[in-house]
Design a binder for this molecule. Structure first.
Ligand code: WTA
Length: 669
């Protein structure tokens, strides 16, 4: 395997015509972005339409130092614009109305369609008018629980058009999780589809929404309108026949079918002019205390940063076809399926299904079918696909590919090499993009034509980003070294707050190290100045790129009447990256058996979602605790991987517990 010193130069065919053709170019641009942010971002902002012009004297203000006052970030404050206008009308006016915005590829290979910029604008305007007719106004929240279909994009942009705040929830979350999120943001409207196929699995989305809405009603919040896209009847089911469903229950007065209201709505809708610092959307992410955090992004800064990262990180040119496989319910789907590509007038593939259906080569079939130039996916998908025969990749023509992206978790060098060699033919640049729901867009990443690549390194900061590594005492680690990854100043798309909870925003991200935004990740800088993200430094797990908190899982587990206590740690997993390893202590009357294990797995699936199901549940009559009663997770992590090198255990109240747990590790662990 390549060492940290192995470097792969960008291929000449990528460097040629690239926006940033050398490391020196990159360094110069990065320097300018830090020294003259007004000039750097002002130039970019000029390419967009502003109803009220930008005041260049008041371009950018912030406070990152909690000891000096409240935390805030403002870019282009006071200027007004509309994001949907810039993504749609502006492109149509520039002569790109007939350009394809999306090739939609369904779960079943027989299902596909396409949508031009002009048609997308019409559909967005129609749905915006429907939302208005249902009483949605600027600032209202719209909850979205949808599969990867064109109506999802239309919904997002319709909200942006009228200034409503969209709040998407990944359609793999359970009704419980969804209802908690609807309640927190008090959504007025919910948009969903009757269901969808993912591979051979049928997802009954409307049924989950019904459960979520009734849970909300029990807590005093009534969703006023639920718009349902009738999707199942128009697609091919895995058995080949259309799915016959007259079973979707609709509640009179609240539920309406998209197809009954959108086609007759007007195709013109005047955009709501929004202040640059007005909210654009919110998106929940896991918090280490359990309760999800409603990350809030605003209009102007998010738009220009999404556009700029898309252009440079994927080295996008107007004739390219781009494909990001992320679900729109995650931040990657927001910024790099919807906002970034459309801001650049790009043509994208929107894919509904999984990498494994109908066969394990579906990704490569689709790349070949649409002649994709940039392909953006997650390490967990790459690791899952690596297990199959090389032939599944090599029998397809992948010569259109130029840039391969990775996101969501650290990519291990084995997966990186497979991606680089087999998929990219050692010709494509790999961009390992590090970022977060909170950062809105890429913050550490190689650039295709500029950055010599090291497998597994997120490399260098994007324009406007100033990373710092701090030690435990908050002292800057200069040169080679490892520590906490923080940022010394905001870039345009950094989140502005947590929805309705600015205090939590300040405590979570700005209190540990005053003056810095704290990512919660660790990083090291190597001798060549490359940054390597080492993973979470808090009690968070990253399962297949989905972040979740150990505290959240523990509190769900301990609701089971047979449980006295639970401690959850991350265990490395060959495909998922990490999986959940749970230690549980039963009550006096609780019995640890297969039935209990099954029930516990089921509770986690129901309460969070199937992707959160624990892999291992170990009986722990006692947990390793300090004398003050704190569970030593460091030791549990060692037990999870059966590594007896547990280090200093002198602070433990009862050291015998450790030996006991090693001796009773379950067979499947
Ligand atoms: C992790 C996803 C290493 C990291 C865009 C971060 C990564 C969390 C990378 C955010 C990467 C994301 N290398 N780690 N290239 N990308 N992460 O909010 O721990 O779902 O804090 O945003 O994923 O996950 P989120």
């Amino acid at each position: 395997m390549p060492s940290q010193r192995t470097v792969y130069e960008p291929h000449a065919s990528v460097v040629k015509n690239s926006h940033v053709p050398s490391l020196a170019h990159y360094e110069e641009m990065h320097k300018k972005s830090l020294e003259k942010p007004e000039e750097f971002w002002g130039e970019i902002a000029k390419q967009f339409y502003w109803e009220t012009p930008i005041d260049h004297k008041n371009f950018f203000r912030y406070n990152f130092d909690i000891t000096k006052g409240p935390i805030f970030t403002k870019w282009m404050d006071g200027a007004t614009t509309n994001v949907s206008y810039n993504l749609l009308d502006r492109n149509v006016r520039n002569g790109n109305g007939e350009k394809i915005a999306f090739y939609w590829e369904g779960n079943h290979p027989d299902d596909y369609s396409r949508l031009t910029y002009k048609r997308l604008l019409e559909e967005v305007s129609r749905f915006a008018n429907v939302l208005k007719s249902r009483g949605v106004q600027k600032g209202d929240r719209v909850a979205v629980y949808m599969p990867m279909i064109l109506e999802a994009v239309v919904t997002i942009l319709a909200c942006a058009r009228i200034g409503a705040i969209h709040s998407l929830v990944f359609a793999g979350f359970s009704a419980d999780s969804f209802s908690e999120r609807i309640l927190d943001c008090r959504a007025k409207v919910l948009v969903t589809s009757d269901g969808a196929w993912r591979g051979e699995k049928l997802l009954q989305l409307k049924a989950i929404c019904d459960q979520a809405m009734s849970k909300c009603a029990q807590k005093g919040h009534n969703v006023e309108t639920c718009v349902v896209v009738s999707h199942l009847a128009r697609v091919t089911s895995p058995s080949g026949t259309p799915y016959k469903s007259n079973k979707t229950p609709m509640t009179d007065g609240r539920d309406i079918y998209w197809q009954d209201v959108v086609p007759q709505a007007s195709t013109s809708c005047y955009p709501e002019w929004m202040e640059a610092e007005d909210p654009l959307f919110m998106l929940y992410t896991s918090g280490s205390t359990g309760k999800p955090k409603g990350v809030l992004h605003t209009t102007g800064g998010y738009m220009i940063y999404a556009a700029t990262t898309f252009k440079y990180v994927f080295d996008y040119r107007p004739s390219d076809v781009y494909w990001c496989t992320a679900d729109i319910g995650w931040i990657t789907g927001h910024t790099y399926v919807v906002y970034g590509p459309l801001a650049n007038g790009a043509t994208s593939v929107l894919y509904e299904g999984t990498p494994f259906y109908p066969d394990n080569d579906r990704f490569w079939v689709v790349v070949d079918k649409y002649k994709v130039n940039q392909f953006y996916t997650a390490p967990t998908a790459i690791r899952a696909l690596m297990k199959f025969e090389d032939d599944l990749v090599t029998r397809h023509d992948l010569s259109s590919l130029r840039v391969l992206g990775s996101v969501g978790e650290p990519i291990n060098p084995e997966a990186w090499m497979w991606y680089y060699k087999l998929v990219g033919h050692e010709r494509c640049s790999i961009v390992d993009t590090f970022w977060q729901t909170e950062t809105g867009g890429h913050v550490l990443t190689p650039l295709p034509g500029a950055t010599p690549m090291k497998p597994g390194a997120a490399s260098f900061p994007f324009f406007g980003v100033q990373p710092v590594i701090l030690d435990e005492a908050g002292k800057e680690v200069k040169g080679e070294g490892e520590g906490y990854l923080v940022f010394a100043r905001p870039w345009p798309s950094l989140m502005r707050s947590l929805y309705n909870d600015h205090d939590r925003y300040e405590t979570t991200y700005f209190t540990k190290f005053p003056g810095y935004y704290c990512t919660g990740d660790g990083a090291k800088r190597d001798a060549d100045g490359y940054l390597w993200v080492t993973g979470r430094v808090d009690d968070m797990l990253n399962v297949s790129g989905h972040l979740m908190s150990t505290a959240e899982v523990e509190s769900i587990l301990t609701e089971h009447p047979s449980l006295a206590e639970a401690a959850v740690v991350a265990k490395p997993h060959p495909v998922k990256g990490e999986c959940l390893y749970c230690f549980i202590t039963t009550t006096e009357h609780g019995v640890f058996d297969d039935k209990l294990i099954k029930e516990l797995k089921q509770i986690v699936r129901e309460r969070i979602g199937p992707f959160a199901q624990p892999d291992v549940i170990q009986n722990a009559p006692a947990l390793p605790k300090t004398r003050s009663g704190k569970i030593m997770r460091r030791i549990l992590r060692k037990i999870a991987v059966n590594d007896r090198d547990v280090g200093d255990i002198s602070t433990l109240a009862d050291a015998m517990v450790v030996e006991q747990l090693f001796a009773t590790r379950p067979k499947n662990a």
